[in-house]
Design a protein around this ligand. Sequence first.
Ligand SMILES: Nc1ncnc2c1ncn2[C@@H]1O[C@H](COP(=O)(O)OP(=O)(O)OP(=O)(O)O)[C@@H](O)[C@H]1O
Ligand SMILES: [Mg+2]
Length: 261
Amino acid sequence: MKIAVAGKGGVGKTFIAGTLACTFASKGLKTIAIDADTSPNLSLTLGMTQEEAAHILPIAENQQLIDEKTKTDYPGVFKLSYTVDDIVASQAVSTLCGVQLLVMGMVRTMGSGCACPAHNLVRTLMSHLIVERDEILIMDMEAGVEHLGRGTAKNVDILLIVTDAHQASLVTAGRIADLARPAGIPEIAYVANKVTSTEAEAMIRESAEKHGTSVLAVLPFDQEILISGIQGKPVVSENRFEAVARVQSLASGLEHNFLSS
Ligand SMILES: Nc1ncnc2c1ncn2[C@@H]1O[C@H](COP(=O)(O)OP(=O)(O)OP(=O)(O)O)[C@@H](O)[C@H]1O
Ligand SMILES: [Mg+2]
């Protein structure tokens, strides 16, 4: 099952992607989390310390790996055809809850057609992961769906668009939904986060409907989660939080829909 998590900045994408990943891993399912954000912080959400996180070298910045994969004997000429399967084994970092984490780096401009080796490697690796690997894959993305590209997007099983009830978040969520559909993503659903009232929930539901989709989960705003986030203390495995419990239910629903068929 391949899940992409998108939405406006700060709506809770990383919190939700991390909680989903930990939930699947704790059920014994092989789970790879991909940090596809240009300022990666999924590692912290998955329980790593700042120091451990600082040691992770994003794929796009790993010059040795890039050279090894793409360099030829001719200056300015690089290989376009190579295998990347071994990158998962060599570069993925194990996290406390059992998730394998891959930090991509530099994904923002992937859709711009840049042909430099770092982008080419990240793009090849992403499409390999999305198209060929048979694991649970959870991608914490930046806003927009450009880097999914038309060819690989249809191999993502579901795009979760996280939004709160702010107008700006809803506008971005709608834009993403409108872009994702022609890109071929088969399932698109909203996750309502930081919900403070029934009115807020209704606004998110209305927006989802307007963009031809529905709300799969509603997570309440929780002051303690906000503070934990600010302090860099992960809460992804703490189901005493209603928001975490709701993501765990969402994970069960996704598992039921996509894995049992
Ligand atoms: N349900 C919630 N209640 C309260 N705070 C929340 C909730 N969900 C997430 N947060 C907090 O909101 C902040 C932003 O969350 P997060 O980093 O997951 O968002 P993001 O969408 O990944 O942001 P960015 O676009 O910067 O990557 C964090 O401090 C997090 O702890
Ligand atoms: Mg994030």
